[in-house]
Design a protein around this ligand. Structure first.
Ligand code: AMP
Length: 390
């Protein structure tokens, strides 16, 4: 394709923080961004050049987006694949609706991954209560996960008996689920990969991810795994993107087992929270790369120039922490007092516990320095787990 030059309009479906950071990166390259978002004043709409306030399947809204932008992408994996298909009739769309559809459903995702030879945690698809009642006990203890619309640990119930699986399936309302065996984790890692129209792909260094209550808490980059394991993880991400014939930025989240196996947990057809460190620590961020692939520009270099630890800031920081009881704004001056702490706030008006409000990327001359700053930032904001961060 001929590339879409800076100055042109790019379209975006979804208006959350990933969209906000996409807008900023694309605008920095000189593009104008039109965001279609059903919310009135989401994080992306407030920085977009134009906000089309419409539902994802609103034909008039999609037509307005297509009339303005010759290329469109998504920041929200649960955007209806039909919206991407609609746009692709008149605009370039990356990633393709088919790739997004696979990642939207844990059953199709696992079927796809295992069908292409990628390791996944042992699982069974649960569509009926009979399926739930006839699970091989070797899959226990496990986790019942709803096939669709689960994120940040939502739509997941831990189970330790066959009776418990039936109860969990019923609690999910009988929607299609997968039961996954609980994996003995050494650590969790993710790799962001970008792939262009020619099939060329690049990966960023592996991120080591720590979760709290099912939500990403901290990403450490580069991950403290040996080089061979990091190469394998990057190779898996590249392989998944190739198998999907993917265009755009894709995150592949993986479990590293104590036995040294790498299992793919899930994939996100968009930039990912665990790749936020790339904004401050790499030559090209995941968001700039999303704009580059969308516009048909050459891929940017993914070199990491500075060790980094990304700390997520949830709404809890408005309620807890070293200051008086909330909700009240955290004392950002404490965070900003660290010269290598890079604060990113998403402009969300309503802090809620568990809601992603921002993140802080802590840089350092060494990873140990970055970790020390991340620990201090956690204490500044009253985010639990400073002591465990080593
Ligand atoms: P998910 O939404 O599937 O990414 O799950 C959220 C978090 O729950 C993961 O990042 C893990 O920390 C944990 N988890 C999910 N599935 C498993 C599993 N099969 N074995 C061990 N931990 C898991």
């Amino acid at each position: 394709m001929t590339s879409i030059p800076p100055g042109s309009w790019l379209g975006l479906l979804g208006g959350g923080q990933l969209g906000r950071m996409f807008c900023m990166a694309a605008q920095s390259l000189g593009y104008r961004v039109a965001v279609l978002d059903p919310a009135a004043d989401g994080p992306a709409a407030s920085v977009a050049d134009r906000h089309i306030h419409a539902d994802y399947l609103d034909a008039a809204g999609l037509a307005r987006l297509a009339a303005l932008a010759s290329a469109a992408t998504t920041e929200f994996e649960n955007v209806p694949a039909a919206a991407l298909e609609f746009l692709s009739a008149s605009a370039r769309v990356t990633p393709a609706a088919a790739s997004v559809a696979i990642a939207q459903d844990r059953i199709s995702e696992k079927t796809f991954l295992s069908g292409h030879g990628f390791g996944v945690a042992p699982y069974k698809v649960l569509r009926t209560s009979e399926d739930a009642a006839s699970v091989d006990p070797a899959l226990l203890p496990g986790i019942v996960k709803s096939a669709r619309l689960g994120y940040d640990g939502k739509g997941q119930i831990r189970v330790s008996s066959v009776a418990g699986i039936g109860a969990a399936f019923a609690r999910m309302g009988g929607v299609p689920c997968v039961l996954e065996r609980f994996v003995d984790l050494a650590c969790e890692v993710s790799v962001i990969v970008a792939r262009d129209d020619s099939g060329a792909s690049v990966t960023w260094p592996v991120a080591e991810n720590r979760h709290r209550d099912g939500i990403l808490d901290v990403s450490i980059a580069p991950a403290r795994v040996d080089d061979a394991l990091a190469d394998r993880a990057r190779g898996i991400a590249t392989g998944v993107a190739r198998a999907l014939d993917y265009r755009g930025v894709l995150c592949v989240e993986m479990f590293v087992t104590r036995g040294g196996e790498i299992l793919v947990n899930e994939m996100a057809p968009r930039p990912h929270n665990s790749g936020h460190y790339t904004i401050d620590a790499c030559a090209t961020s995941q968001f700039e790369q999303q704009a580059r692939v969308l516009a048909g520009l050459p891929l940017g270099d993914t070199m990491q120039h500075t060790p980094a630890v990304m700390v997520n800031v949830l709404g809890d920081a408005w309620f807890d922490g070293p200051q008086a009881a909330g909700p009240r704004d955290p004392d950002w001056t404490r965070v900003l007092a660290h010269p290598l702490a890079k604060l990113h706030l998403y402009g969300k008006h309503e802090p809620r516990r568990g809601r992603k409000m921002g993140h802080v990327t802590c840089l350092g001359a060494t990873l140990a320095d970055a970790i020390a700053t991340a620990r201090a930032v956690k204490l500044d904001l009253g985010i639990p787990g400073a002591d465990e961060l080593a």
